[in-house]
Design a protein around this ligand. Structure first.
Ligand code: ZN
Ligand code: ZN
Length: 535
């Protein structure tokens, strides 16, 4: 074989695109992750591919679409519930054990990686954490920081101006009966938005960019998850039952996040309005309205002080805890930010199983395969400039107590460590594609369907196996050890080979499924006809 010419080499990436298209068409992950599986009984090891599990179609259309469908199933099932969900805390399952192991390996690799590899591993870690959360793992695997501070009385959240009822243990709304004896449970589709930051045109760009409040917009987006938590908490206390929801966060055209919620049970518009109006979230953080340093003149780490010091005087900066103590001691301290919803509120009653409910579910899951920014691609210069201004407002804003940006304001971040770069925090809230919202896109309350995404996935698998007449048991969780295979490992076949292998397997699998399905239909069909005739 001759070496490929320059022109031939230039065409090679195209072949890869074709291969990806074939993989996508056949429902095969285009970015499989190679893992080494060791059978502890036999000692055999094998490199196997697992789907990447990406949520965004721009990364892997197959995994993203599969996940979107699972989400729709999860949304439908919880909304349709007519009996309280069974909730038993399962012991860690196979997938969780695998993911936890994977996370440990990635964390280790991340700790000694630098540059682009570190970034890549950091984003993989975020993906794995999301998958862990989806699999029903509660809490976080990150090393626990210092003991949680007891909040002083001054920095408490004021209680909302709402009557408080005891929250009953039920999660179902009221059932109604029609005169002809049919029972139904109305539910709600609710949309909540943030307040105005200045008038906008239909394309979402400000009429007067100079007067548009980008700082408030940035802070509202950063603290949106907390505001949602407060709203749910207040709602439950006000209506007196354990309201459940399936919610999705999406950007509006003006780039502010808004929230769509499928709520189980019904609540009057007047009551919703009251709860929305009374809900707010106070952010008790040290002041950060004035930059004390620039990224170039930022405080530096001093091993001697085990903390960050002023580059000119060498004096250590106040630690996070000291800064909070100062806030407590200040007689006229105010919260850095108070987040509230806007006055716009859209609530519609939905009858479960109705075409309207299906339309809402489609709407809720429609944009899940896109990143926040991909939901509205800037069409022209004014829109691009609007994104730029919001990104600029977010760049130096602290996103959390541990954010490296605190150094710009003369405060050490919580759990300060060497190597933090002021103005270059890597958290996703600062990234353009997230527009300040660093939280999860899909928020599902614990007792929504009583099942995790993993349970929903397992049900689909069980259905397929059942149709094929196979009785594959879930593998013994203790039988295998899993480890990540680092790129460049000689045991990994070229991507093209792996994709083709997966496509072939998929085709075989689908043919078997088709055969089984037509056989099943062939068996049941005469019976149905017979019954039909009898009736
Ligand atoms: Zn994938
Ligand atoms: Zn940050």
């Amino acid at each position: 074989m001759t070496t490929p010419t320059r022109a031939e080499r230039a065409r090679m990436p195209l072949a890869r695109d074709v291969l990806q298209a074939v993989a996508e068409e056949n429902g095969v992950c285009i970015r499989p992750v190679a893992v080494r599986r060791t059978d502890v009984l036999t000692g055999e090891t094998e490199v196997v591919d697992i789907p990447c599990g990406a949520t965004r179609a721009s990364i892997c259309p197959t995994c993203a679409e599969r996940k979107r469908r699972l989400r729709a199933a999860q949304c439908r099932e919880g909304w349709h519930l007519t009996a309280e969900p069974a909730l038993d805390a399962d012991p860690a399952n196979d997938e969780q054990r695998f993911l936890a192991g994977l996370r440990a390996d990635l964390t280790k690799a991340h700790a000694c990686a630098t540059g682009a590899e570190a970034d890549e591993l950091a984003s993989l870690l975020v993906d794995v954490d999301e998958q862990l959360a989806d699999s029903g793992m509660r809490g976080t695997l990150a090393p626990a920081g210092a003991a949680r501070r007891v909040r002083s009385t001054k920095r408490r959240q004021d209680t909302p101006d709402l009557p408080r009822r005891t929250v009953e243990a039920r999660t179902l709304g009221k059932a109604y009966t029609t005169p002809d004896g049919k029972a139904f449970r109305p539910s709600l589709f609710l949309t909540l938005t943030l307040p105005s930051y200045g008038r906008v045109r239909t394309d979402g760009t400000p009429v007067d960019p100079a007067a548009y409040d980008y700082l408030r917009a940035a802070r509202d987006a950063l603290h949106f998850p907390k505001l949602i938590d407060r709203f749910i908490q207040n709602l439950r206390r006000f209506v007196g039952f354990d309201v459940q929801y399936f919610a999705v966060v999406e950007p509006q055209r003006r780039l502010a996040p808004h929230l769509h919620l499928a709520l189980r049970g019904t609540i009057s518009r007047a009551d919703l309005r009251r709860v929305v109006a009374a809900t707010y979230h106070q952010v008790w953080w040290p002041p950060c309205d004035r930059l004390r340093y620039t990224p170039e003149t930022a405080p530096t780490w001093s091993p001697e002080h085990e903390g960050y010091t002023d580059p000119a005087s060498g004096e250590p900066l106040p630690t996070w805890d000291q800064a909070l103590d100062d806030l407590d001691a200040a007689p006229d301290a105010e919260p850095l930010h108070v987040g509230r919803f806007g006055t716009q509120l859209d609530a519609q009653g939905v009858l479960i199983g109705s075409p309207e409910a299906n339309r809402c579910i489609r709407y809720l899951t429609k944009y899940l395969t896109k990143s926040v920014a991909e939901c509205h691609t800037p069409a022209g210069d004014p829109e691009q400039a609007h994104v730029d201004r919001l990104a600029a407002a977010l760049q130096h804003e602290p996103c959390s107590p541990t954010c490296a940006n605190w150094l710009l304001y003369g405060v050490q971040p919580r759990n300060a460590r060497p190597g933090q770069r002021a103005g270059a925090c890597r958290a996703r809230a600062h990234k353009r594609e997230h527009l300040g919202y660093g939280g999860r896109r899909v928020l599902v309350s614990r007792k929504w369907s009583g099942k995790t995404l993993t349970d929903h996935r397992a049900e689909r698998r069980a259905w397929v196996l059942d149709l094929l007449g196979r009785t594959d048991q879930a593998p013994d969780p203790h039988r295998y050890l899993w480890a990540v295979v680092r790129p460049g490992d000689p045991d990994i076949a070229p991507l093209a080979t792996r994709l083709l292998r997966a496509v072939a397997e998929r085709v075989r699998w689908r043919e078997a499924l088709e055969t089984a399905r037509s056989r099943a239909e062939g068996q049941t069909h005469p019976t149905t006809t017979h019954e039909g005739k009898a009736a």
